[in-house]
Design a protein around this ligand. Structure first.
Ligand code: PBG
Length: 335
């Protein structure tokens, strides 16, 4: 066969030939401004524990947290998301510790904001770290999570975080009507500028396993599950309804969670609703990349960066990721 120089007229490989033209036509780029770093916080001082299923992640007490915050600030990471590890003795059926103004979260928020006023502080609003049964809400005699009773508890919890100076409260509980209830409570307390990051499309995912180890809620949950409030992984239109409700209730930012298995949901939210869209690369996604990297089966850094830019391509404005500090360092070093 002779070569026909007129064919093909369009050669996609021309633009891929050199680094300069690949860079010129790059559509999406990950930046440090896209990153939120989740941190597991322990009570007390001088405490630091590894998490077996999340290599490279540590639970730290306030002194260690200030060190983490210092790194985040110097790398330019905009915000931390705090997840408390609550002592077994402080967990209860009705989760009263969740709105204790002297509890772990308000205490560390006050200390963080005093030391690093420019660093965004996001707090998780959900009862699971505080309940003896490990559910995100209050349960009735049958074990069913009661919606409206839980809203009152979440409102008190969010208020205690905002009173302590949290910049963003992030309800991750999936109760109906919680954004409106929390917004009303914050406004009544004068916190009209405290933002709400709603975990609007939060799926009942098995990828949360390592997180539940990290916060110690898996034992409490036992064989239980969260199917009566978190979303069915098979659904997509339902996510659009969830985000739409949270828009109407006054949320400022909207989360899809988990991340990589739900890129289609990120894209739909961004395209159909045009709101600030965030995605959570959850503990199980992190654990998989770490495990494959440690075994030499995957290049951890390359795969982590590929996953992060995939979130951008899908339409995310920001990503909660356990790789946030590493990614910020990789970006700074020019990868
Ligand atoms: C619970 C909560 C979960 C995560 C964040 N907040 C787990 C759950 O719903 O049981 C998971 C995050 C992760 O896996 O990294 N309110």
């Amino acid at each position: 066969m002779t070569s026909n120089s007129a064919f093909p007229a369009t050669r996609m490989r021309r633009m891929r030939r050199d680094d300069f033209s690949r860079r010129l036509m790059r559509e999406n780029e990950l930046s440090v401004n896209d990153l939120i770093y989740p941190v597991f916080v322990l009570p007390g001082q001088g405490q630091r524990q590894t998490v077996a299923s999340m290599p490279g992640v540590e639970r730290v007490s306030l002194d260690g947290l200030l060190g983490v915050a210092d790194q985040a600030v110097s790398l330019g990471v905009p915000a931390l998301a705090l997840f408390p590890v609550i002592e077994a003795g402080k967990k209860s059926e009705a989760a009263e510790e969740a709105w204790n103004p002297e509890g772990l979260v308000p205490t560390v928020v006050r200390a963080l904001k005093a030391r690093f006023p420019e660093l965004g502080v996001i707090t998780d609003v959900a009862l699971d770290p505080y309940t003896s049964h490990g559910q995100d809400g209050l349960i009735d005699a049958s074990g069913y999570v009661m919606n409206d009773e839980t809203l009152e508890a979440l409102a008190k919890q969010a208020r205690s975080h905002a009173d302590a100076g949290a910049d963003i409260v992030a309800p991750s509980d999936m109760m109906d009507g919680r954004v409106a209830r929390i917004r009303a409570e914050l406004d009544a307390g004068g916190h009209i500028l405290t933002r709400i990051l709603a975990y609007s499309a939060k799926y009942a995912s098995s990828y949360y396993g390592p997180f539940r180890d990290a916060v110690g809620s898996s034992g409490n949950l036992g064989g239980g599950n969260k199917y009566t409030y978190q979303m069915d992984p098979a659904n997509s239109d339902e996510a659009i309804r969830e985000v739409s409700l949270d828009i109407a209730e006054g949320a400022d930012m909207f989360m899809v969670k988990p991340g990589m298995p739900y890129l289609d949901i990120v894209r739909r939210v961004k395209t159909e609703l045009q709101v600030p869209t965030f995605v959570y690369q959850v503990s199980g996604e992190y654990a998989m990349l770490k495990a494959a990297g440690a075994n030499g089966w995957l290049d951890e850094k390359a795969c982590a960066l590929e996953a992060l830019v995939a979130f951008k391509r899908a339409g995310a404005d920001g990503v909660l990721t356990y790789f946030a500090l590493d990614a910020a360092r990789w970006l700074k070093a020019g990868q």
